[in-house]
Design a protein around this ligand. Structure first.
Ligand code: ADP
Ligand code: MG
Length: 698
């Protein structure tokens, strides 16, 4: 490009600044360089000033960025400063490019992408110009450094010898640098596509502002990077971006487009008399039964209202739910269906496919340069403002277990490791599935004992359902019919599509498939849920409040006499409120009515019966849920320990096992149970064997 044209373009930018950014530049001059280092330019302003200039900027950002910054340096400032290192950062491009749609044509262009920060390195200084000091003659040789390998001088500019050199830091130039990986947002994906990502390098004043889990819009220059090493270069290239602006987005369901026509459909649906049944029928229709669990999942989709109290504390509105059950009972099927209907969801297994696992992790992998640490967001962070469906929750890593408590109740995850201190948001609902500890439920043991999750974690769940797989002739017949029908519908449909000589008519196929189709189109349901969550903030009516209060007080009363186990704790009360609010939202109602209260009381009661019943007494026992041990069992353990204590004073070597078991039988505990309890006390370290067949308490 000719020199005259260059000056012309710089002049254009100067004129543009005078017309549009006089005040902003004045402010920048005041705050430069400590508080502010960049002038943010809205692309639309540039377009209004000169459409050609704006288009050229987009197509040749590297060059035009230089003109724009040169113009800023030449600008007549009201105060006496030099904007030598100031940046011009363009934002608000006319369109956003889908990360998966990035193509070779975009090379060198200014593009804008949107997504969630999956990984972010810590911020480290990067050398941009290295000053090599010759150890023989002292001359400085300056070498600009680009991304990639560190460039050293071939010879000294002074004495022309090959060094040795030492890098003089004072004479070199450094900039803060950070690398982030932006992944497509979960809600942008149609049913279960694997999200794609792009890496973005950012520098100077915009580093350190975003962290893993943030939803961002990034404008930057698309660059190519050749694959392979120095020796085995490949013809294939990777793409990455040099980020110019990074803006954190408001994380509501920004990408969900709800048209007026959608709105009419949503309102019409909300007025149907059998709305709740239709909702239930819209979830995993191929899975037979589970009406209550499916209704609970619906409530979870809509979720309660997140409450901000005047004292600035916050009560979560998200509902957490756990399905524990025998293998082969359809849990995984139900969980994986969520992605079809939740506006924002992440489906994963507790075993975790990434190093970040379920929560988050600070790792030193090849994402960062050398020893640089990277913060990586896990499933519960990526599902922020949505649902995390986690299968095989019982198999999660030890690190996740400890971070999970905070994630579920405070809905954030703190990470503090190797200079990385971050708090990531995880405002999501968890739908978990787990198998019992020994693979299958043992009917005679309390359920709480058979869940391989610690009690403190268990108690964070608003609802826990257990699924046992026991033969029942009528149920089995219905289940078989349902599964066979579903498969038949699939057969017909596939046959019709694949074979051109099909003798089934369209009508025949439709009739059969209709019976196993979801009652509400998944696409409509997604929009419905997003609409309700955006517009509906129900409040309790007097009657609903009374109903819930009464239920709670009654339950507590069942546990009022001295020996009865406490049936329920205050946690359940908050769960009831959340569920009732969700139930009102399903109807798009602003009022939680007494019907809502009754609907959720029914669900909570059945969930508590599932999990909280002491199998030895048949009584509801919140202790099973809250502490993992039922009351009768605690008594039993107390008794056995007491026995061992007593007997240990009578015998020098400690209490003989056979005598302990004999005494235990006298107080009504059979031999195998007593042995089982002793074994457990030993495992817990409360009892030990000073010599063979003798016991002492610790
Ligand atoms: P889980 O995760 O509980 O071990 P899966 O979800 O993998 O079980 O289910 C195993 C298979 O059994 C699936 O193909 C599922 O369709 C079928 N199945 C189990 N229970 C039901 C049910 N209630 N209705 C229909 N199919 C079922
Ligand atoms: Mg499974």
């Amino acid at each position: 490009m000719a020199y005259a044209e260059d000056t012309e373009l710089v002049d254009s930018f100067e004129e543009f600044y005078r017309d549009y950014y006089r005040n902003e530049i004045g402010e920048l001059a005041q705050k430069y360089p400590t508080e502010q280092k960049s002038l943010y330019v809205d692309w639309e302003d540039l377009y209004r000033f000169d459409p050609d200039l704006a288009d050229d900027f987009q197509n040749h950002p590297q060059q035009f960025q230089d003109y724009a910054e040169e113009a800023l340096r030449l600008y007549d400032l009201p105060v006496d400063v030099k904007l030598g290192q100031a940046h011009v950062r363009v934002r608000n491009l006319p369109e956003t490019t889908d990360i998966r749609e990035i193509r070779a044509d975009h090379r060198g262009q200014l593009i804008s992408v949107q997504g969630i920060v999956r990984k972010a390195t810590d911020v480290r200084p990067k050398i941009t110009q290295a000053a090599f000091e010759c150890q023989r003659c002292g001359t400085l040789t300056r070498i600009p450094q680009q991304t990639g390998d560190f460039q050293e001088p071939h010879e000294c500019q002074g004495c022309e010898r090959q060094g040795p050199f030492r890098v003089n830091f004072d004479q070199s130039e450094f900039v803060d640098a950070q690398k982030i990986r932006v992944q497509e947002s979960p809600e942008g994906l149609r049913g279960g596509e694997t999200p794609q990502a792009i890496d973005v390098n950012i520098e100077d004043d915009i580093t350190g502002a975003v962290t893993a889990g943030d939803h961002v819009r990034v404008a930057g220059i698309l660059q190519l990077d050749q694959q392979g090493g120095d020796r085995d270069k490949s013809p294939m290239f990777d793409v990455y971006m040099d980020g110019i602006t990074v803006e954190i987005e408001d994380e509501q369901f920004e990408e969900m487009d709800i048209t007026d026509q959608d709105k009419r459909k949503i309102v019409a649906l909300s007025e149907e008399s059998d709305l709740y049944d239709e909702m239930v029928g819209a979830i995993a229709p191929s899975i037979y039964g589970y009406e209550r669990q499916k209704l609970a999942i619906i409530l979870q989709l809509f979720s309660g209202v997140t409450k901000h109290l005047p004292d600035e504390s916050r009560i979560r509105g998200d509902l957490h739910m756990l399905l524990i059950g025998d293998p082969g009972t359809g849990k995984s099927q139900i969980l994986s269906y969520i992605k079809n209907i939740a506006p924002r969801s992440v489906y994963t297994s507790g075993k975790g496919s990434s190093s970040a696992g379920l929560t988050a992790a600070a790792v030193q992998d090849d994402f960062g340069e050398g020893q640089q640490w990277t913060l990586e967001a896990g499933a519960l962070v990526l599902a922020d403002q949505g649902i995390a469906a986690v299968d095989e929750l019982d198999k999660m890593a030890a690190d996740d277990r400890s971070a999970m408590h905070q994630a579920l109740e405070q809905q954030e995850i703190s990470i503090s490791k190797a200079g990385i201190n971050a708090t990531l948001k995880s405002r999501c609902s968890l739908l978990g599935a787990a198998n019992p500890k020994y693979g299958r439920f043992d009917q005679y043991e309390p359920i709480g004992e058979q869940i391989d999750l610690e009690p403190a974690l268990i108690s964070r769940f608003d609802l826990i359902f257990t699924v046992t797989d026991q033969p029942d002739e009528e149920e089995d017949r219905n289940l078989a019919e349902h599964i066979l029908q579903t498969n038949f519908a699939g057969e017909l449909h596939t046959h019709r599509v694949e074979s051109n000589t099909s003798n089934y008519s369209d009508d025949e196929v439709e009739n059969v498939t209709d019976e196993v189709a979801p009652t509400i189109e998944p696409e409509l349901l997604r929009k419905y849920v997003a609409y309700a969550k955006r517009n509906c903030y129900p409040t309790m009516t007097e009657e609903a409040r009374a109903e819930i209060q009464e239920f709670y007080v009654d339950l507590r009363a069942e546990g009022a006499d001295e020996d009865a186990p406490v049936p329920v704790t205050a946690r359940k009360l908050e769960a009831l409120v959340r569920l009732a609010e969700a139930s009102a939202r399903v109807r798009l109602s602003d009022k939680v009515t007494v019907e809502d209260a009754r609907r959720v009381i029914d669900i909570v009661r059945s969930s508590m019966e599932d999990i909280g019943v002491d199998p030895e007494t048949g009584e509801l026992d919140a202790d099973i849920v809250e502490s993992g041990t039922s009351k009768s069992q605690r008594d039993r353990i107390k008794n056995i320990k007491g026995l061992i204590d007593d007997l240990a004073t009578e015998y020098d070597e400690g209490a003989p096992i056979d005598v302990v078991i004999e005494r235990a039988e006298e107080i009504g505990m059979d031999e195998s149970k007593a042995e089982h309890e002793i074994e457990k006390l030993k495992q817990k370290g409360e009892v030990y064997a000073p010599s063979t067949d003798h016991l002492r308490t610790t």
